[in-house]
Design a protein around this ligand. Structure first.
Ligand SMILES: *Cc1c(COP(=O)(O)O)cnc(C)c1O
Length: 370
């Protein structure tokens, strides 16, 4: 089925289902087989699986490119970096996802790559770090500062410098942002987050329109074996079918909580691009279709922030993001995140009733005040 004229909210429900013949299964079943009778398209379980194809067709239709599913978001990130030649430069955000920064740091120590960490919301600074034959790695909104990078301008400038442009679109999802249309060459996802949406699977994906790059990434996956299990792929596709309703609700809840937090006397700063006073607001409005569902906010001090994490009852004190359940954490507790303001709490807003969420958050805030 050609989903090109359909709204993405419809595409994600209908793509990848195959022929609708009499007796056909509506849901694509996971295929638990390591090997396949020769003569067909798939020969062996490290090269392909029908459930991967269904998931890839769906994500590919949403992002507007060809998709490959990987064993995790980090397997997808690493596969993309592996396409670079020895010693190639990678300009990446200072506050990039911790795992990505870790791989870049380790690869730089051995000379495999040369990472240059930049403020990705500063277009001039970022472009000055882009080199011919290298890569520009973009995250927007950023983690956990929720800053907005000018993807279109960065893509034009990086291409002029001869660098390949990659966007980690995990925070925005393809419903809120389509980087390939903004000029990026590659999109990376941690399906673990919003796309699967239920905190029950770890999986990743890469999407590109470049056939040569697609072939290299497919070879990389087949040869190194960073593949998805059939059950994980099934769960991810099942979750993805409801991304539209989940993400609509999450974004609405995030907007409402951000507004209320902004008015709260215990909160010193709220970072959410949906707020009209946020530094990323106008760029996000122009480049995105929505503002995502990550809200970061700062309190008077680290103790107050720790106290909120301890006192929330409905909201879970845990890492990760993108599930139907709301979670909160103080990012500065993680090694490598020392530059994050000590009192900053990153909240991944879920699908619960917003009054229940506010009731929990506001009572935790009230009792946390010094
Ligand atoms: C979680 C995450 C990753 C890594 O994904 P895993 O599925 O945990 O391997 C990469 N980028 C971003 C932005 C993430 O949030």
């Amino acid at each position: 089925m050609d989903g090109s004229e359909l709204d993405p909210q419809t595409t994600l429900i209908h793509a990848g289902r195959g022929e609708r013949g009499p007796g056909a299964a509506s849901s694509v079943p996971p295929v638990f087989s390591s090997t396949f009778v020769l003569g067909g398209e798939i020969t062996y379980g490290r090269y392909g699986n029908p459930i991967w194809s269904a998931l890839e067709e769906t994500i590919g239709a949403l992002e507007g490119g060809r998709c490959l599913v990987f064993a995790s978001g980090m397997a997808a990130v690493t596969a993309v970096l592996e396409t670079l030649p020895m010693g190639a430069s990678v300009a990446a955000p200072k506050d990039a996802y911790l795992g990505t920064r870790g791989v870049l740091g380790e690869r730089s120590e051995t000379g495999r790559l040369a990472a240059r960490l930049v403020d990705i919301t500063d277009t001039d600074e970022t472009l000055a770090a882009c080199e011919s034959g290298g890569m520009l790695w973009i995250e927007s909104p950023t983690n956990p500062m929720v800053g907005i990078a000018d993807i279109r301008a960065l893509a034009v400038g990086a291409h002029a410098a001869g660098a390949l442009v990659v966007v980690d679109n995990t925070f925005a999802t393809p419903l809120a942002q389509r980087p390939l249309e903004l000029g990026a060459d590659v999109v990376v996802h941690s399906l673990t987050k919003y796309l699967s949406g239920h905190s029950d699977v770890v999986l990743g994906a890469v999407v590109t329109r470049d056939d040569g790059l697609y072939d290299r990434l497919l070879h990389e996956r087949s040869s190194t074996g960073a593949i998805a299990g059939p059950m994980e792929a099934f769960l991810a596709l099942r979750g993805l079918r409801t991304l539209g309703v989940r993400f609509d609700r999450q974004q609405r809840n995030a907007m409402e909580l951000a507004r209320r937090l902004e008015e709260h006397p215990a909160v010193t700063r709220v970072r959410y691009p949906g707020l009209p006073g946020d530094p990323g607001h106008s760029l996000a409005t122009e480049q995105m279709n929505g503002y995502g569902a990550i809200v970061s906010f700062e309190l008077e001090n680290e103790g107050a922030a720790e106290s909120v994490c301890e006192k929330v009852r409905l909201i879970a004190h845990m890492t990760s993001l993108g599930g139907v359940e709301t979670s909160i954490e103080r990012r500065a507790v993680w090694a490598g995140e020392e530059s994050i303001p000590a009192s900053l709490l990153r909240m991944s807003v879920g699908c619960e009733n917003v009054e229940d969420l506010w009731g929990d958050l506001s009572s935790a805030l009230a009792s946390s005040r010094p």
